[in-house]
Design a protein around this ligand. Structure first.
Ligand code: DAH
Length: 342
């Protein structure tokens, strides 16, 4: 046992004298000095010795342990000093600055709308980007041969359903989630649905194949056009400031009746006319209307009992207005020079 201790001591010291990196130092510590190291093993074996021998060798083992630990500590101190001090020497030095990431301007505008509508008691829902023809068109009053489908050509999926029809497409609007929400939650219902949409577009500064909308739906008893008007007024004033005026102009959307475009007085020139509003004083911001009875029915809601309003914002357009962005293709470009500005 004595010999064993002696050998361990010599081996350790020999190896310690050649150690030149903190990794190797750590290895040595593990091998010899750690709880499962060779020295502990010997200490453990002491238990089996008897009387005087135990005292004798125990004393020696303790002396070796102290010596090796002292030598080890000293070696570590020298190594740290040599490597310029891996250890922190001045705790008052400033820390390393962490660079913040950037939110895409679409996300910023989406967050703003979510804050606004949740404060008005709306839920925020999600829906699938890969949609069925039925939800995206038919259930929204766009029958298979409806001419309004032409304006929303999209990417069709090469997959036939059980009846042998091509039924899957990338949704052209967030409106299909109106139907999904009505079927899931019934009435009364207040929800917005932000999300990504797709269309088969030749892209240019104003057209993009992938873009974002926020859909809104409110269903309850006795919802009428006056409710829609005051509602859109509140939304405009929250988005663009308390002096914002609303004008509603008729526009056809198959899933509402009557349908209209909500336009707000230009937040930049206050309605006088400028470059942003193309000298009209007004900005087209939101498509809206009272939900068509057929659409309520498709959502499983009785139009004799309930009525509702629906609206849809284009997020790209809102972000372009708000941040003076002149090319819609920048949003999906991943261009850091663009993204780092926000
Ligand atoms: N889905 C329409 C579009 O993509 C926008 C829209 C208009 C949504 C009127 C609505 C609405 O809910 O009532 O152009």
């Amino acid at each position: 046992m004595k010999n064993k201790l002696q050998k361990l001591r010599d081996d350790f010291l020999r190896q310690l004298s050649t150690v030149d990196t903190s990794e190797r130092l750590r290895d040595l510590e593990l091998k010899y000095l750690s709880r499962k190291g060779e020295l502990s093993e010997i200490m453990h074996e002491l238990k089996n010795l008897s009387g005087e021998l135990k005292r004798d060798i125990g004393g020696l083992a303790n002396a070796v342990k102290t010596e090796l630990q002292d030598k080890f500590t000293e070696a570590r101190r020298l190594l740290d000093k040599r490597s310029g001090g891996e250890r922190m020497t001045d705790v008052s030095l400033p820390g390393e600055k962490i660079i913040n990431g950037h939110l895409n301007p679409i996300t910023l505008v989406q967050n703003e709308l979510e804050d606004l509508f949740t404060s008005l008691g709306f839920m925020v829902l999600d829906g699938p980007e890969l949609e069925s023809d039925y939800y995206n068109f038919t259930a929204l009053n766009l029958s298979p041969d409806h001419p309004a489908r032409d304006m929303q050509d999209t990417f069709y999926i090469d997959y036939k359903n059980k009846s042998g029809q091509y039924d899957l497409l990338m949704r052209t609007q967030t409106s299909p989630v109106q139907i999904r929400a009505m079927r899931k939650y019934g009435a009364p219902l207040k929800a917005i649905i932000p999300g990504r949409c797709f269309r088969n577009e030749s892209t240019d500064a104003r057209h993009e194949h992938t873009f974002y909308q926020v859909e809104g739906i409110l269903v309850d008893k006795n919802i009428n056009f006056a409710n829609l008007k005051s509602f859109l007024e509140i939304v405009g004033q929250k988005l663009f400031g308390p002096d914002t005026k609303l004008r509603m102009r008729p526009k056809f959307f198959p899933f509402v009746e009557p349908g209209n475009n909500g336009e707000y007085s230009c937040f930049l020139c206050g309605g006088k006319g400028c470059r942003v509003c193309k000298n009209t004083g007004w900005l087209e911001i939101v498509g809206a209307g009272l939900i068509h009875p057929d659409v309520l029915r498709a959502g499983g809601i009785d139009p004799e009992v309930y009525s509702g309003l629906a609206f849809g914002f284009g997020l790209n357009r809102l972000a372009m207005l708000k941040y003076s962005i002149n090319d819609v293709r920048l949003f999906n470009s991943g261009d850091l020079k663009f993204l780092e500005q926000f």
